[in-house]
Design a protein around this ligand. Structure first.
Ligand SMILES: NC(=O)c1ccc[n+]([C@@H]2O[C@H](COP(=O)([O-])OP(=O)(O)OC[C@H]3O[C@@H](n4cnc5c(N)ncnc54)[C@H](OP(=O)(O)O)[C@@H]3O)[C@@H](O)[C@H]2O)c1
Length: 300
């Protein structure tokens, strides 16, 4: 059983979504429209409790989705020099929204991050042993990840919250500069490390289904398995551009061009796979949801 504290199961669905102008929030709205699910975007700021209360009173949602947060522009290094702003939204804001939703008996689907782990002795790179939902975050190398790990720990106490650990999100829109594939095809040099990743075209519809099922708790929200930078770029070359080439560099060389270290890890997606047996492995999903549709579009 989920968390039907407000009897939401009997009411027609009505979603309240935060993150209207964001990547994930925008995609969620498109999905709701496509599935004819009634929804509205929240207009409040996460850290302003009364504005969230006003949104909930006006919209009367059955479920709330939080795709609002600061990730930093052009990248998470921004958070290193904007610590208070990062705390305001990602810590104060996220906790306030969870608290208001709990008071109203509402499930909150929270798009969080899996960038709170790094390969370690018990979960070595290449071992296939991924971090599980109950594992304690071990990556606090960047301020962004550190605060996200703290918030996850606190949100565990909210029985109305569904925490989705998203990683290195990828969508079929290869023109979007936020897309992990687009990013690595544009970098001058890339590292080459296997990671767990989230194919949004496959997983965002699953998050809507998770709301319908009133699922709560922590979920590794990635496709099963890992894929490396070079494997993705090989696929890009095969499907999109036979002349594409790239240069690799080491983690030590990468460290010289970024401010904060980045997380590299494998998450164990077996909990999600058990709930959604149709979930595809990362490499299958990349082909089905990203590369094949784009190849058709370009007629390559
Ligand atoms: N993209 C990634 O690589 C990635 C990876 C893992 C997890 N995630 C997580 O997924 C969530 C969504 O990511 P995204 O890539 O879709 O982010 P995004 O494109 O940067 O969008 C962020 C959204 O949050 C809103 N927002 C920021 N501060 C707010 C506040 N205080 N109150 C209300 N709204 C606020 C922004 O609206 P305004 O423009 O009005 O501020 C914007 O609509 C984030 O929490 C992020 O940490 C992202």
């Amino acid at each position: 059983m989920g968390y039907p504290a407000n009897g939401a199961a009997d009411k027609p669905l009505k979603f309240l979504i935060y993150g209207r102008t964001g990547w994930i929030g925008g995609l969620l709205g498109e999905l709701c429209r496509a599935q004819s699910i009634d929804f509205e975007y929240g207009s409040g700021r996460l850290e302003n409790r009364s504005s969230l209360e006003a949104d909930i009173a006006a919209v009367a949602p059955t479920h709330v989705f939080n795709a609002a947060g600061v990730t930093g522009r052009p990248n998470v290094d921004w958070c290193e020099s904007h610590k208070v702003e990062t705390i305001r939204t990602n810590v104060v804001g996220t906790l306030t929204l969870a608290d208001v939703c709990r008071e109203r008996g509402l499930v909150l689907i929270n798009y969080a991050t899996g960038c709170i782990f790094e390969y370690d002795q018990a979960h070595p790179l290449g071992s296939g042993i991924g971090f599980k939902e109950e594992d304690t975050p071990n990556f606090v190398g960047s301020f962004y990840s550190k605060t996200k790990a703290m918030v996850e720990e606190l949100l565990k106490n909210y029985e109305n919250v569904c925490t989705l650990r998203v990683r290195m999100p990828i969508s079929s829109d290869l023109s979007n500069p936020r897309n992990f594939i687009t990013k690595i095809t544009r970098y001058e040099k890339v590292v080459n490390i296997p990671n767990s990743m989230t194919i949004l075209d496959e997983l965002l519809p699953i998050s809507i289904e998770m709301a319908k099922r009133n699922l709560t708790g922590i979920w590794n929200f990635t496709n099963p398995g890992v894929v490396s930078h070079n494997e993705i770029l090989e696929m890009y070359k095969e499907f999109m551009d036979p002349h594409f080439s790239w240069k690799n560099f080491t983690l030590e060389e990468q460290a010289k061009v970024i401010v904060a270290p980045r997380s590299n890890n494998e998450l164990d997606a077996s909990k999600l796979k058990k709930e959604f047996p149709e979930l595809m492995s990362i490499k299958e999903s990349l082909v089905k949801y990203v590369f094949e549709p784009n190849k058709k579009k370009t007629g390559a």
